[in-house]
Design a protein around this ligand. Structure first.
Ligand code: NAD
Length: 294
């Protein structure tokens, strides 16, 4: 297929590369000329605007930092809608709020196009390996249309419901992740402060009812899990500022739905405190540093 791809950052660049590897013709745009150059060196066609990347494409994908970028790339003077053919599907894989998805979908629909949300989990490792999970919000027909394209970049392509449902699934999962990481950090710090060996405590949690992904794969206490970011000074992994962004989306969505999010709001403040200390680029398990034991 001919695919337009906009946003060639940590996630977008390896995703676009996997589309090329799968044999698609990819037209790319990013504000960073270097990012565009790297993809065009790998065989992509360099575009000078989202409009140009979208024109003549049979499908357009965006992978951008936040909702404001998605809206401007979609509807700006040189945006996707200015160049795209009617009937073409736009897939947004950025993590943004469900309300913005609906607004973008309405704009696209006025132009005769379908806008679907397909946020991902799996991080930069999954993007490079082509093993991302895509959480898709779309009609049945649009899901069937985009699934083969997404399979070039991911392993699990899940239809979560209608437009916006993919983002809802994504922010709810990351709400759990943010809360469980803070809980494991608190418990590990308390145990160590009281004199228990962190490896022993980590092992007990993992064979007891406290077990979760944050304790098992990603224990925030240094040295408990050798290949976790905590054992390499919290480098690599999933940045604190990205977790903070996702918790902000969750608490904002909760506010709009008049739904309480007690744990999410507290977790948001914890990651905010880490970021305010200047550690926003560290892996989010650095939240343990607030407890003074790691
Ligand atoms: P990134 O900051 O590395 O990349 C974003 C890219 O968008 C940059 O190259 C930037 O130049 C480009 N960009 C910004 N504004 C633009 C515009 N107007 N036109 C064209 N290009 C523009 O971010 P990332 O880590 O690749 O994440 C992208 C999205 O995926 C975010 O919404 C993030 O929350 C989500 N996400 C990230 C991860 C992760 O581990 N990094 C995991 C899951 C989801």
């Amino acid at each position: 297929m001919r695919i337009g791809f906009i946003g060639l950052g940590n996630m977008g660049a390896p995703m676009a590369l996997n589309l090329l590897k799968a044999g698609h013709a990819v037209s790319v745009f990013d504000l960073s000329e270097q990012a565009v150059q790297a993809l065009s060196d790998a065989g992509a066609k360099a575009a000078v605007s989202p409009k140009e990347a979208a024109s003549d494409s049979e499908c357009v994908i965006t992978m951008l930092p936040a909702a404001a970028h998605v809206k401007s790339v979609l509807s700006g003077a040189d945006g996707i809608l200015a160049g795209i053919r009617k009937g073409t599907v736009i897939i947004d894989s950025s993590t943004i709020d469900p309300a913005s998805v609906k607004a973008c979908a309405a704009l696209a629909s006025q132009h005769g196009n379908t806008f679907i949300d397909a946020p991902v989990s799996g991080g930069t490792g999954g993007a490079t390996a082509g093993t991302l999970t895509f959480m898709v919000g779309a009609s049945d027909a649009a899901f069937d249309e985009v699934k083969p394209v997404l399979l070039a970049m991911g392993k699990n392509i899940v239809h979560c419901g209608d437009t916006g449902a993919g983002q809802i699934a994504k922010i709810c999962n990351n709400l759990v992740l943010g809360v469980t990481m803070a809980g494991v950090a608190e418990a590990m710090s308390l145990g160590v402060a009281l004199g228990v060996d962190p490896k022993v405590l980590g092992g007990i949690i993992n064979t007891s009812t406290g077990r979760c992904w944050s304790s098992e794969k990603y224990n925030p206490f240094p040295g408990v899990i050798e290949d976790a970011p905590s054992s390499r000074d919290y480098t690599g992994g999933f940045g604190t500022d990205l977790m903070l962004k996702d918790l902000g989306l969750a608490t904002e969505a909760a506010k709009l739905a008049k739904q309480p999010a007690f744990m999410g709001a507290l977790a948001q403040q914890l990651y905010q405190a880490v970021s305010s200390r200047g550690d926003g680029k560290l892996d989010f398990s650095a939240v343990i540093r607030l407890y003074g034991q790691a």
